[in-house]
Design a protein around this ligand. Structure first.
Ligand SMILES: Cc1ncc(COP(=O)(O)OP(=O)(O)O)c(N)n1
Ligand SMILES: Cc1nc(C(=O)O)sc1CCOP(=O)(O)O
Ligand SMILES: [Mg+2]
Length: 210
C-alpha cells in the first residue's frame, strides 16, 4: 500500500531544496516528490543524485516531478506527470513496470483517462487555492472529491487518489471521509516551524482508520 502522505518539495536553489527535503525526511515524511522548477538540467541532476541518496538513507520513496529521463538516470522510484507532461504510456516504456508513475487529474474525465493509462496513483486537485502552483485548474473543494470518489466507488475503481492543493491540517478528516487514499502537501510542511508535531498529527489523521 502506498504512503498516505506525499511531500512535494519546494525551493529555488539546490541548497533550499535539500534543506526542505532533509527537514521533511528528518521529521517523518517517507514519500518525497522532487519538484524543482525553473532550473537547469545540470542542477536538476545534481539535486536528484543527492535526494536519491537521502531517500535511500531514510527508506523513503523518491518520485521526480515531470522529468522521466532524469528519473531513469538516477533510478528514482518513479515520476509524477501532469496532463501536459510526457504521456504515461511513453513514460512506462522508458521506466518499465516496476516504477511508480503518478498522473494529475482535475476532473472525473481526467481521472478515467488516468485509469485507462494505467497510472499507479492519481494526484487530484486543486482542493483549494494555493500559491505553490501557477495556472491552477478550477478549484474542486470537498464536494468535488465526494462526487468523483462516488463515481469511482460505484464502478469499483480502486486506484489510489491523492488530494492536492492548499491542504491544511484542518482539511484532513473531511478529505479522508471522501474515500481518497491520501494527500500531497508542499507549503504547509515547508513553512512549518514545528515539522515533527505537524507530520505526526498529519500521519495520525491519515492512518487513524487503519
Ligand atoms: C501528487 C501530485 N499531484 C499533482 C501534481 C501536479 O502535477 P502537474 O499538473 O504536472 O503540475 P506541476 O507539479 O508539474 O507544476 C503533482 N506535482 N503531484
Ligand atoms: C503541485 C500542485 N499541483 C496542484 C494541482 O492542483 O494539480 S496544486 C499543487 C501545489 C501543492 O502545494 P501546496 O500544498 O503548497 O498547496
Ligand atoms: Mg508537471
Amino acid at each position: 500500500m502506498f504512503n498516505r502522505l506525499q511531500y512535494i518539495s519546494q525551493g529555488n536553489t539546490i541548497e533550499e531544496q535539500l534543506y526542505n527535503i532533509h527537514k521533511a525526511l528528518d521529521h517523518g515524511c517517507d514519500w518525497i516528490q522532487m519538484r524543482f522548477k525553473n532550473t537547469t538540467p545540470e542542477e536538476a541532476f545534481t539535486l536528484a543524485e543527492a535526494v536519491k541518496i537521502l531517500c535511500k538513507e531514510y527508506l523513503a520513496t523518491f518520485i521526480i516531478n515531470d522529468n522521466v529521463e532524469l528519473a531513469k538516470k538516477v533510478d528514482a522510484d518513479g515520476v509524477h506527470l501532469g496532463l501536459n507532461d510526457m504521456k504515461i504510456e511513453e513514460a512506462r516504456t522508458i521506466l518499465g513496470d516496476d516504477k511508480i508513475i503518478g498522473g494529475t487529474a482535475n476532473t472525473i474525465e481526467d481521472v478515467l483517462q488516468r485509469i485507462n493509462e494505467n497510472c499507479n496513483y492519481i494526484g487530484l486537485g486543486p482542493f483549494q487555492f494555493t500559491e505553490t502552483k501557477a495556472n491552477l485548474s478550477p478549484i474542486l473543494g470537498l464536494q468535488g472529491y465526494h462526487s468523483i470518489t462516488e463515481i469511482l466507488k460505484s464502478n469499483a475503481f480502486e486506484i489510489p487518489i491523492y488530494a492536492i492543493g492548499g491542504i491544511t491540517l484542518e482539511n484532513i478528516d473531511d478529505l479522508m471521509e471522501t474515500g481518497i487514499h491520501g494527500i500531497a502537501i508542499s507549503g504547509l510542511i515547508t513553512q512549518s516551524n514545528n515539522p515533527s508535531e505537524l507530520i505526526n498529527e498529519l500521519n495520525e489523521k491519515l492512518y487513524v482508520s487503519i
